[in-house]
Design a protein around this ligand. Structure first.
Ligand code: TMP
Length: 207
């Protein structure tokens, strides 16, 4: 059975850790699964990711950013997501289109209808069956992030990241059946257990 699961959240929310834990759990049960991430996940996407995160030019207009994230997404969907869903795998993506609504829409202030329209073109309206939101207060997330090299998004203001967090929570509120919102200040094991409970449900009784 194919299943499309995405992980969303702000900086330092633990998405990458939890998506990997879920992937390893499925692999351990010999359930066919793949783990991918956005931006990136393809050769073109990796280059776009590099630009989007590390380019020195601070004056990338939000609309350009919106298009670049969606270019990376379109490639990932064609090369990785659709073919794997077609061969009945569980596809796990660390970020997907909801990140664009939260970051470019709520964070950068682009018109939400425009963001959704561009997302719809890139995704061809392919929606996740389940989206896990790891919700964490902005300051707690940043405290968790190690290292002193900060990308273009990590360098953004606290207010920007607070808008992003609010955006994610709003999206979850609008579509409660798709979203699983988890308090990401809980322990790694507890969070993994909550996620597994829900995924197991999806796998056994369908979506
Ligand atoms: P990450 O690899 O640490 O998740 O970094 C990706 C960064 O890009 C993160 O700060 C969120 C941001 N982002 C957007 O602004 N829009 C998007 O559509 C996606 C997928 C990510």
């Amino acid at each position: 059975m194919s299943l499309f699961i995405t992980f969303e959240g702000g900086e330092g929310s633990g998405k990458s850790t939890q998506s990997r834990i879920l992937y390893e759990k499925l692999a351990g049960l010999t359930l066919p699964a793949i783990l991918t991430h956005e931006p990136g996940g393809t050769s073109l996407g990796s280059q776009l990711k590099n630009w989007l995160k590390w380019i020195d030019d601070k004056d990338i207009p939000p609309l350009t950013e919106l298009l670049l994230f969606n270019a990376s997404r379109s490639q990932l969907i064609t090369e990785v997501i659709r073919p794997n869903l077609k061969s009945h795998k569980v596809v796990i993506s660390d970020r997907y289109a909801d990140s664009t609504i939260a970051y470019q829409g709520y964070g950068r202030g682009l018109d939400l209808a425009t963001v959704k329209a561009v997302n719809d073109i890139a995704t061809q309206r392919l929606k996740p069956d389940l989206t896990v939101l790891l919700d964490i207060p902005v300051n707690d997330g940043f405290t968790r992030k190690k290292g002193d090299k900060h990308d273009r998004f990590e360098q953004e203001t606290l207010a920007f990241h607070q808008r992003v967090r609010k955006g994610f929570l709003k999206l979850a509120q609008q579509e409660p059946s798709r979203w699983l919102v988890i308090d990401a200040t809980q322990s790694k094991d507890k969070i993994a257990q909550i996620i597994w409970q829900r995924v197991n449900q999806c796998l056994t009784i369908g979506r």
